[in-house]
Write a protein that binds this ligand. Structure first.
Ligand code: 5RP
Length: 227
């Protein structure tokens, strides 16, 4: 089974968790897109909140009613992908530069389900470069203070500004992304707190204690993993 097949299977399994009348958070990325397509195919009477403009556009094109965060009753269930799934369903997210809206939607949700192909599971977080979203104003100076915060966590890495097509990637919120190739993150909670304390950092891609369930596509089918 290819990684894409595994993503599709996980997305389709997650779509079965949705019930009529629910408010559903829609993740961002290729795995989340499989979920959105499978959900649309069920033609349920639901409302959705999207974690990115790209996902909002996809959902609307498939007939899903999309509202802004805050314009719906509480979100019952959010389904989203991840770049790494570590112990206790600790996650790295933000490979698609949507981490801020994703975290806002996740934190506003009663239940969060992460969907992924099997290659995303790791024994320790950190191989995937950690995305850090920063305010554009003075971002070089913010980056220097991010380096200090990383050093305090024994991570001697210099984050790199994310560039696509020769230009800095700008998030839906108008911010920039730095990627920190930590290699290993032995203490994610300590790093998360250190990064949040840097003025100019809007958020980072560590999603800790947020996922209630993982649905992971494998060659043997979709498996469920709990924290
Ligand atoms: C976007 C994300 C995505 O969920 C993550 O990058 C996984 O993407 P994919 O499903 O395409 O592998 O966090 O910001």
């Amino acid at each position: 089974m290819s990684a894409e097949d595994q993503k599709q299977a996980a997305g389709e399994a997650a779509a079965q968790l949705v019930r009529p009348g629910m408010v559903v958070g829609l993740g961002t990325g290729s795995t989340a897109a499989w979920f959105v397509k499978a959900l649309a195919a069920r033609k349920l009477d639901i409302m959705a909140v999207a974690t990115s403009q790209a996902t909002a556009d996809l959902a609307k094109s498939l007939g899903i009613q999309v509202k802004d965060l805050g314009d719906t009753p509480a979100i019952d269930l959010t389904v989203d992908g991840a770049d790494e799934i570590g112990p206790a369903l600790s996650l790295i997210k933000g490979g698609g530069a949507a981490l801020l809206r994703e975290k806002l939607v996740w934190e506003a949700s009663r239940r969060c389900v992460v969907i992924a192909d099997s290659a995303k599971r790791v024994a320790q977080l950190g191989k995937f470069p950690l995305p850090i979203e920063v305010i554009a104003f003075g971002h070089q100076s913010t980056m220097a203070r991010i380096c200090d915060a990383l050093s305090e966590c024994d991570l001697g890495v210099a984050p790199r500004l994310r560039i696509r097509d020769g230009k800095p990637v700008v998030t839906d919120g108008g911010n920039l992304i730095y990627d920190a190739a930590c290699g290993r993150i032995p203490e994610p909670a300590i790093l998360a707190a250190a990064l949040k304390s840097v003025t100019g950092v809007v958020d980072h891609g560590l999603f800790l204690d947020l996922a209630d369930l993982a649905l992971i596509g494998t060659d043997q089918g979709v498996i469920e993993v709990e924290p």
